[in-house]
Design a binder for this molecule. Structure first.
Ligand code: PLP
Length: 494
């Protein structure tokens, strides 16, 4: 069996060479594979073994075509039993460790003042030095609470790229959401090492133009909706300084903070010798608050939090928390969930884990790239992003080429990805529709869940897809809700 990441050191070196104009050097790249005093091994393995397994069910292509039709060509409508490799999301789908399962037994379900909350709060504050930590059942609940206070008609909120639920919560409050990522972040082939960076000039102009109507500046690390691309520490600090100069609170959407810190360590000048924990602390030290989904870089199956420094804002948020989620020491969670997250936060900053995780992504992307499939480069943190606009130029963006591609990938291999393009972002607040910045299919890799042969199977499915791609047709939306339509809309092939 070929090894998940292994194998071709050449491809790592090629990636390094391509990034050479930036701060990367062969030395810092290799540092990612080396432990001090140890020889360089070509093979990087999953840093865990398997204690408990879940079967997955094989289906035929004809079965899958029927299932997809019954789901109105929306992959969110499928039963997960009918999916072989589920890359719909890396959210809450990771495998918990033995230590996390053990921690769950320590969970204290007291309504108020549970020690599980104390452990949760301490684990968060160990990495993110915020004064107030409010547990929520998911990241979007933290967003909903924050924007119920800071949002509203007439408000304008910038970010590098708002994630879909963030945009939904902002727009749902009547405010407007703006994406100010650097231009390289919209070019799937640009090899800029920090394609999630905010465009500082655009942000400054925005802050001057919109003045008091800007209740906060957000920054998403890594930039999920922009290809899972990282943000540099330098950029985080520069955004914080701009927000401060204009008197605006700076809030980080920190869902993939550990992956982002790994990229900072690998790619940013002067960061290569620092620990992930120190880098993480530096990122959050300059912020006034954060929203977080613990289903990402906390190894939780559920959970999230809102963190704030401002006492008054935190008081308002706590009232809202009690109204909508639960008492302040459990939010929307069971005590056992708080303990699983507390333990998960100690595991997520492990460098062996991060090296393996990012290496997996690199392995798949290198092979798809070699095959001629246009993928977002360089590799991001949590997912492989295929550029459907480039691969399927015969499908109009408003006929959702990325949805057509994701659907066919399911029919071919039972692999479920998700469209991140005009279906997700094309509908405008005024009801009109315009093409999104990119038409991507995201294949998100659940944490510690799939193995090398799953990765190879996926690559083989793409070989089949390449043979069929010219026959793919676009789709039309036949039914949709008012907001975040991609989750529940119904489609029909053209
Ligand atoms: C997942 C995610 C969210 C929302 O978190 P949920 O736990 O799914 O509600 C917000 N922002 C980003 C960047 C995310 O990836």
């Amino acid at each position: 069996m070929r090894n998940l990441m292994g194998a071709e050191r050449g491809s790592h070196n090629a990636a390094t060479a391509a990034l050479a104009p930036f701060v990367l050097s062969v030395v810092t790249w290799r540092r990612g594979h080396l432990k001090t005093g140890e020889a360089l091994m070509k093979t990087i393995i999953e840093p865990f073994r398997i204690k408990s397994v879940e079967p997955i069910r094989l289906t035929t292509r004809a079965e899958r075509e029927a299932r997809l039709k019954a789901a109105h060509y929306n992959l969110f409508g499928l039963k997960s039993d009918d999916v072989l490799i589920d890359l719909l999301t890396d959210s809450g789908t990771g495998a918990m460790s033995a230590a996390q399962w053990a921690a769950m037994m320590r969970g204290d379900e007291s309504y108020a003042g549970s020690p599980s909350f104390d452990r949760f709060e301490a684990a968060v504050q160990n990495l993110m030095p915020f004064k107030h930590i409010l547990p929520t059942h998911q990241g979007r609940a933290a967003e909903a609470i924050l924007f119920s206070i800071l949002g509203g008609v007439g408000k304008n909120i910038p970010s590098n790229t708002h994630f879909d639920t963030t945009r939904g919560n902002i727009e749902g409050s009547g405010a407007l959401a703006f994406d100010l990522v650097i231009d390289e972040g919209k070019d799937s082939q640009s090899l800029h090492p920090f394609k999630g960076n905010m465009d500082l000039e655009k942000l400054e102009t925005f802050l001057i133009e919109h003045g008091d109507s800007v209740p906060c500046v957000m920054h998403t690390i890594t930039n999920n909706a922009g290809g899972g691309q990282p943000v540099s520490l330098e950029n985080i600090r520069a955004v914080a300084a701009l927000a401060k100069a204009h008197g605006r609170p700076f809030i980080i959407d920190g869902c993939r903070f550990a992956e982002n810190a790994w990229f900072i360590k690998q790619r940013e000048a002067g960061q290569g010798e620092r620990s992930i924990t120190d880098i993480v602390r530096d990122c959050f030290a300059v912020a006034d608050g954060m929203t977080m989904s613990a289903k990402k870089d906390a190894f939780g199956n559920i959970g999230g939090w809102l963190a704030l420094n401002d006492d008054e804002l935190a008081d308002d948020a706590r009232v809202r928390l009690i109204q909508t989620e639960g008492f302040v020491t459990y939010g929307g969670l069971a005590g056992r969930d708080l303990d699983a997250i507390a333990q998960g936060l100690t595991e997520i900053v492990d460098e062996d884990y991060l090296r393996y995780r990012i290496g997996t992504n690199q392995y798949i992307i290198d092979r798809l790239d070699a095959m001629g499939v246009p993928v977002v480069k360089p590799a991001g943190g949590h997912a492989v992003f295929v550029d459907a606009r480039a691969w399927l130029p015969h499908i109009d963006p408003l006929a959702y080429p990325a949805q057509a591609l994701a659907n066919r990938l399911y029919e071919i291999g039972g692999i479920r990805g998700v469209e991140i393009g005009s279906l997700m972002f094309g509908r405008q607040p005024d009801g009109s529709e315009k093409p999104a910045a990119m038409e991507l299919v995201r294949l998100a890799i659940p944490r510690r869940t799939y193995t090398q042969s799953h990765a190879d199977y996926m690559i083989e499915a793409f070989e089949q897809l390449q043979a069929e791609k010219d026959s793919l047709k676009g789709l039309k939306v036949v039914k949709e809700p008012r907001l975040m339509r991609h989750f529940t809309c119904q489609l029909r092939p053209l």
